[in-house]
Design a protein around this ligand. Structure first.
Ligand code: ADP
Ligand code: MG
Length: 679
């Protein structure tokens, strides 16, 4: 039987049951998966040097003959060393292997090898620790794969070579013109080259082809999901005098808020449905922009819906917007998971009758029986928390919904492009006046006591504060329960110990909606002095009298998340501060936390996060409803993305079903399944 891309890897010569299990751990089941398990880097063996030529402190390949193998020595239990000597015509190099029994056993005295690693020692003595070893005739770039126990770089490379030798030419899913116009090599060539490229240029060319295919299928999938919205026309709204709205506010709007409102109002009055992202740092006042738009709709006789990621946030929006908008004649409703069935029924009925002008809620809103009489605007707050699927479902509820999304997380334009389509952007780049910089301190665990006392001092002065611990968060699987216990114990210890006698509230994701609400509103009303919480308070919660936040195990959070948490304070006129408590010893973790103390700029923080943790992590691709990408890096491959967007549009215009491109259609099918997972 001949090998195909669909064959299981165990059909390859040299791959048995055991090896296949190991491959599984890497997500590799078929031969096609194996070929798409591409190197994350290469070791350049083209410039192998002699021992004398090697540069101290640098990683390089040194060519030497194995002169002698020392015996294995046990340093302590579980740790052995071997010392080997490599020689060339003039010099010797000491090669030390830790736990390298199998590697060493495979080496023959008298044979030539390339030893790759960092060269250390002195001018006259060279040594290398745990070098990667290649046969002396190895050349070109040697692949470095993502690995798992039982698999080595050499082993994977060998299996890939076996597969490629057994496979006939790999058919190409792309039509000729796409390849030509975008200067792409064939898929066959890309897969053959990428595992053993003759040069860096060749490797990059091969990678670019794979990135292109991946982003093209992604672009086509999104274009399809969005197709419902394309070419839509909406009934334009009439301009509205915003003076009564402004007059109802306790403060003048900032210039940036005014601009965002003007831009959104322009959209609402046009024929094309609004699709606008309002991006502004925490505390910049995005809610008022949304409120203005809802008022605008109301004056046009249309309903609005405001969707928040958590019940607490929904509740808070309701508490702050109702007193503002109801005196202006608007009728507001609240719909969350913790409404009783009767309340839900009544509120949904009122909504359908058109007796509610603005419905605020959580994704409990997105059930099939939530109907509007005339939905004009969908606002989603803290957008990054929602997947594409959820948003699409909500948008399906209006004939011609205008969409406004609000986010404090800077989303790069490229990313926004695929997730949201042709989206307009309003940036709120100005904070309301009188805000002060939040002083941020990074404090070691040995000073925990002092930090807690510092929190107390603020409470004694009549202010409120937060203590956040990262142990558990709204874990739907239930696996987090032991962690929850730890969180609750920690909280209770604080209440009984350092904060005995203070009015302390506890908040965590496993509490019932009603309980959470009660705690939150008591805190907002000033009845509680301290809120000890897991990260449920992360987004949006707004209590201006809270001026201090202490974050435990701060190293466990992403920087953008820390920034969000920090944004819970500094919302009033008083000086606020944030204490990052951490026992982290690692320099990288400490460096990250130190960076937090140096800036309050959310965009700078997001960038730093992106640089140090990689895009997959920071942008929370999964939270955006994007599948984990295999080849593409959305930050680095934005140009390719722009190309694939154009190609996707053309392909779909010519052949909406892609019936002439069955291979591509199948890839798109798979991608769509991943994209719209919960749709
Ligand atoms: P975010 O952009 O993080 O959602 P919010 O909308 O919650 O910010 O606003 C943060 C705080 O600033 C709220 O207490 C809000 O009432 C207040 N606020 C909003 N706009 C202004 C303004 N123009 N002047 C003064 N305070 C404002
Ligand atoms: Mg907000």
């Amino acid at each position: 039987m001949s090998v195909t891309l669909e064959s299981e890897v165990r059909f390859l010569r040299g791959v048995g049951e055991r090896r296949m299990q190991n491959y599984r751990k890497l997500g590799v089941t078929t031969v096609g998966d194996l070929l798409r398990h591409i190197p994350r880097d290469y070791i350049d063996l083209r410039r192998a040097v002699t021992i004398r030529e090697s540069t101290l402190g640098e990683k390089q390949a040194v060519r030497a003959v194995l002169g002698e193998k020392g015996p294995e020595r046990m340093i302590r239990k579980g740790l052995t060393t071997h010392k080997l000597i490599g020689v060339d015509e003039r010099d010797t190099i000491t090669l030390t292997f830790f736990n390298g029994k199998y590697t060493v056993a495979g080496l023959e005295v008298g044979r030539e090898y390339l030893f790759y690693g960092r060269v250390e020692g002195t001018l006259i003595r060279r040594e290398m620790t745990n070098p990667a070893v290649y046969p002396g005739d190895a050349a070109g770039l040697s692949p470095v794969y993502p690995l798992t126990a039982g698999l080595t770089n050499r082993g994977i490379a060998k299996d890939a070579a076996t597969a490629l030798a057994a496979l006939p030419e790999i058919p190409d899913p792309l039509p000729e013109w796409v390849r030509e116009e975008n200067h792409l090599c064939s898929l066959d060539r890309a897969l053959r080259i990428i595992h053993r490229p003759p040069s860096w240029e060749a490797a990059e060319r091969a990678r670019r082809r794979l990135v292109f295919d991946e982003l093209l299928t992604l672009s086509i999938s999104f274009a399809r999901v969005k197709k419902g919205r394309q070419g839509e026309r909406t009934r334009p709204m009439e301009p509205v005098d915003l003076a009564p709205f402004r007059k109802a506010l306790p403060f003048p709007l900032t210039g940036a808020q005014e601009r965002a409102i003007r831009e959104a109002a322009g959209d609402l009055c046009s024929q094309v449905p609004m699709n606008r992202l309002v991006q502004g740092d925490v505390g910049s006042g995005k809610t008022m922009v949304a409120a203005a738009c809802c008022w605008f709709c109301y004056r046009n006789g249309r309903q609005s819906v405001l969707m928040a990621p958590t019940e607490i946030l929904a509740e808070q929006h309701y508490q702050s917007l109702a007193p503002l908008l109801e005196p202006l004649g608007m009728r507001l409703g609240l719909l969350t998971g913790s409404c009783t069935p009767k309340e839900k029924r009544e509120r949904k009925a009122a909504l359908k009758q058109g007796e509610i002008d603005l419905m605020i809620g959580t994704h409990a809103l997105i059930t099939g029986d939530t109907l509007f009489r005339e939905l004009g605007l969908v606002v989603t707050d803290e957008q990054h928390r929602f997947g594409v699927a959820q948003r699409m479902r909500l948008c399906g509820k209006g004939e011609d919904p205008n969409v406004l999304v609000m986010s404090a997380t800077p989303i790069p334009r490229t990313m926004a492009l695929i997730v949201y389509g042709d989206l307009e952007l309003s940036v709120i780049d100005e904070l309301p006046p009188g805000r002060q910089k939040i002083d941020t301190y990074f404090v070691g665990g040995d000073k925990r006591r002092r930090a807690l006392n510092y929190v107390k001092k603020h409470l004694d002065a009549g202010y409120q504060g937060y203590i956040v611990c990262p142990l558990v968060e709204e874990d739907e699987t239930g696996e987090g329960i032991p962690g929850l216990k730890a969180a609750v114990t920690y909280m209770e210890d604080l209440v009984k110990g350092p904060f005995a006698g203070y009015r302390v509230g506890l908040l965590h994701g496993k509490m019932k909606g009603k309980e959470k609400e009660a705690v939150m509103s008591a805190f907002a009303a000033g009845k509680l002095q301290l809120l000890v919480s897991t990260t449920v308070i992360e987004v949006g919660v707004d209590v201006p009298n809270a001026v201090i936040i202490l974050i435990e195990n701060a190293e466990r959070f992403g920087l953008s998340q820390l920034h969000q948490l920090r944004g819970r304070v500094g919302r009033g006129k008083a000086k606020s501060c944030c204490i990052l408590l951490s026992d982290a010893k690692g320099e990288a973790a400490r460096e990250r936390l130190r960076f937090m103390t140096s800036t309050g700029d959310g965009f700078a923080i997001a960038e730093y996060d992106l640089r140090t943790r990689g895009p997959g992590d920071f942008f929370g691709l999964r939270q955006h409803g994007l599948p984990q990408l295999r080849f593409a890096d959305l930050a680095a491959d934005s140009q390719v993305l722009a190309q694939t967007q154009r190609v996707a549009a053309r392909l779909l215009a010519e052949d909406p079903e892609l019936s002439s491109l069955p291979l591509l259609a199948a890839d798109v099918e798979r991608m769509t399944a991943m994209v719209s997972g919960g749709l």
